[in-house]
Design a protein around this ligand. Structure first.
Ligand code: 13P
Length: 250
């Protein structure tokens, strides 16, 4: 069944003390609809803390990245099994910042997706075009390629562990959000692309989140679109009140 989801990607923000404060603040917020799933994705150093502090809360914890191998000589990396050992079973993969600054290619992402699924993890798979792509009207093709090359090798059975996040790069951290119509248009396109490859049921069931300058002021009109199932939130997730307002914007 398609789920409504709001996930906060904290990116490289919040040290131990900031994270403690934000997590405690989040616990005091009134998340009104228990059918809206809420995730926070702190940095690695704060994942275990988040798990501990949110133990009795409905808010779930996700990681922002992981390595494609289960372990070994990969200095500086973190594996799926390590994440699972701190009760994190959801991971964001393919964020545009990972693609742009850390050279994460579609084929690397395909390996990471496999590693996550093999470890029974849920993946929030991000994709989205750059401004140039949209200006040249290549945005549908770019998105389709990202999905086909990074994700469409998976079996039908594991789609239940996939959440999609459309994040147009030009809308991330810029204050310029995609219009609700632009988001809907791309989400519908993505759903149709999935339908063509995997069939109606999987396409109808997968949750597609929108990310890029979502704020309390614009969340409800974006979430009102039929193919938008929630949001992946950056800046506004760093403030508990804003984040809760977005989660309450359905
Ligand atoms: P902003 O909400 O800050 O634009 O970031 C979006 C994002 O990249 C979430 O992953």
């Amino acid at each position: 069944m398609r789920r409504r989801i709001v996930a906060g990607n904290w990116k490289m923000n919040n040290n131990l003390s900031d994270s403690t404060t934000l997590l405690e603040d989040l616990k005091t917020q009134d998340f009104k609809d228990e059918n809206v799933e809420v995730f926070v994705a702190p940095s690695y150093t704060n994942l275990a803390l988040a798990g501990t502090l949110l133990k009795d809360s409905a808010i779930k914890v996700a990681a922002q990245n992981m390595h494609q191998n289960d372990g070994g000589a990969f200095t500086g990396e973190v594996s799926a099994t390590m994440l699972k050992s701190v009760d994190v079973s959801t991971v964001i993969l393919g964020h545009s910042e990972r693609r742009a600054y850390f050279n994460e290619t579609d084929s690397l992402l395909a390996e990471k997706v496999n590693a996550a699924l093999k470890n029974d993890m849920q993946v929030i798979f991000c994709f989205g075009e750059e401004l140039e792509d949209r200006k040249s009207e290549a945005h549908f093709k770019v998105v389709e390629d990202q999905l086909k090359n990074g994700l469409f090798h998976i079996e039908k059975e594991v789609w239940k562990n996939i959440i999609l996040a459309y994040e147009p790069v030009w809308a991330i951290g810029t204050g310029e959000t995609a219009s609700p119509e632009q988001a809907q248009e791309m989400h519908a396109y993505v759903r149709n692309t999935i339908k063509a490859t995997y069939g109606e049921e999987i396409a109808a069931d997968v949750s597609i989140l929108y990310g890029g300058s979502v704020k309390p002021a614009n969340a409800s009109e974006i979430f009102a679109k039929p193919d938008v199932d929630g949001g992946l939130i950056g800046g506004a997730a760093l403030d508990a009140t804003s984040f809760a307002a977005i989660a309450n914007a359905f």
